[in-house]
Ligand binder design. Structure first.
Ligand SMILES: Cc1cc2nc3c(=O)[nH]c(=O)nc-3n(C[C@H](O)[C@H](O)[C@H](O)COP(=O)(O)O)c2cc1C
Length: 401
């Protein structure tokens, strides 16, 4: 999502209320203004100070507080999006009936914003005919229901009814309000960093977490593109294709696996975005058994050979009209020198765009934010962005639309 949204996060009284903190945090980090409206029951599960600190706003729960500012309708009227996570069976029933006996009910009834619910409850409650009918009614009215998933529930039992993870809730919610400017486009995105094995237990790798590539994949899917995400050793969980529409995820590890998967996926893609950090070299041979210091002594020399240049291969195999976007992670901090390196690279690689980002011990890799400059084949700067990885993702995809 590109713009700052007013998002209301409604929290209701279930154990999963603690996970709402993650939902709020992700929305705030993505640059949105978050107003939390909690039910009385929710505040028995999670404390106001936590919610206020994470949302950076006062938390509202009392219908009769802030009466002079007509809070019972003001929050809902100002909302661009309302996400209720977790949504209890009780609140789902009240929403289906149109009840407004608390601040959350009033906020939702007084709003025209899209409503997204992330139900959380025991399997019996979720499958109860009353809940089934209420969910069907809400879906019918255009409410988006995210999950629930299957897994460990409160207590010892497990089954359907578990609230899906915060990142999936946020991605699904933002997808509801995203502009649909990439509908019909097939986009292949690589993320993470390749690893080259030395022996069965060790590898040469890099610190790329995959966060930037995943953010691009989620935004592209939200904007309606058919997305193939190829993850190389992602350090965060890949988004689940079950909750995110238009997204297929596959996993690879080495550069040659990434090469095979990317080249195959690129055949019918409109756009390929190579956000993965690819190892330039790999060990010439991989030891069958663990390399031991007892046999190696004080020094160990590794012979490395060049890996295939996937970006260049993609450019060479480019179909008519296909757009290839490369990433160049550089430690150069001088802007002019960074651009100079980028201009030479974009020509060498034959990409349509090159996203330059400065990486270092504390920058770029595995962080929540990123700073990029995008140049085209001619070396002109076509975009610049600094901020959360999702806002940077949106700027990169804006180039396509
Ligand atoms: C320990 C505990 C856990 C609960 N977990 C859930 C839950 O996960 N889902 C649910 O629908 N209700 C759950 N409930 C019941 C709700 O808290 C109860 O229905 C409450 O009235 C919901 O109020 P609210 O919808 O206004 O937040 C739980 C109750 C307790 C005591």
């Amino acid at each position: 999502m590109s713009d700052r949204l007013n998002v209301v996060v409604g929290i209701t009284g279930g154990i999963a209320a603690y996970k709402a903190v993650g939902v709020i945090r992700l929305l705030v980090l993505a640059g949105h203004d978050v107003q939390v409206v909690a039910t009385d029951a929710a505040l028995r599960f999670v404390g106001k100070p936590t919610l206020e600190a994470i949302s950076r706003n006062p938390v509202h729960s009392d219908l009769y507080e802030g009466v002079s500012e007509v809070r019972h309708v003001a929050i809902g009227q100002a909302a661009d999006l309302i996400v209720v996570a977790p949504a209890t069976a009780n609140t789902i029933a009240k929403l289906a009936a149109g009840l407004a006996d608390d601040l959350l009910g009033n906020t939702i009834l007084a709003s025209r914003a899209p409503l997204v619910l992330a139900p959380a409850m025991h399997t019996e409650m979720w499958q109860n005919p009353a809940t089934v009918a209420n969910i069907a009614e809400l879906r019918e009215r255009g409410v988006t229901i995210v999950g629930p998933g299957s897994g460990q529930l409160t207590g010892t039992d497990s089954g359907l009814g578990r609230m899906v993870e915060p990142d999936e809730i946020v991605a699904a919610a933002l997808a509801v309000v995203a502009p649909k400017d990439l509908v019909g486009k097939r986009i292949v995105i690589t993320a993470g960093g390749t690893r080259e094995p030395l022996d069965p237990v060790r590898f040469i790798g890099n610190r790329s977490s995959g966060k930037q590539g995943i953010a691009i994949a989620l935004d592209a899917a939200a904007r309606g593109a058919e997305v193939v995400l190829i993850g190389a050793n992602l350090e965060i969980a890949a988004p689940a294709s079950t909750t995110i529409q238009h997204l297929t995820v596959s996993h690879v590890s080495t550069t040659s696996e990434l090469e095979a998967a990317t080249m195959a996926a690129a055949v019918d893609a409109d756009v390929v975005i190579m956000a993965a950090a690819v190892a330039d070299y790999r060990p010439q041979s991989v030891a069958e058994n663990k390399i031991k210091k007892e046999t190696q002594g004080d020094r160990l020399t590794l012979e490395l050979v060049r890996n295939p240049d996937i970006l260049r291969q993609l450019s060479e195999a480019r179909r008519d009209g296909q757009i290839i976007i490369g990433f160049a992670a550089e430690t150069e901090t001088n802007r002019e020198k960074l651009l100079e390196t980028g201009r030479a690279k974009v020509v060498r690689k034959g990409a349509d765009f090159l996203v330059l980002n400065t990486v270092g011990w504390t920058e770029g890799f595995a962080t929540e934010t990123n700073s990029i400059i995008v140049i085209n084949t001619a070396g002109d700067i076509v975009s610049e962005a600094t901020g959360s990885k999702s806002s940077v993702a949106a700027r990169i995809l804006d180039l396509l639309s």
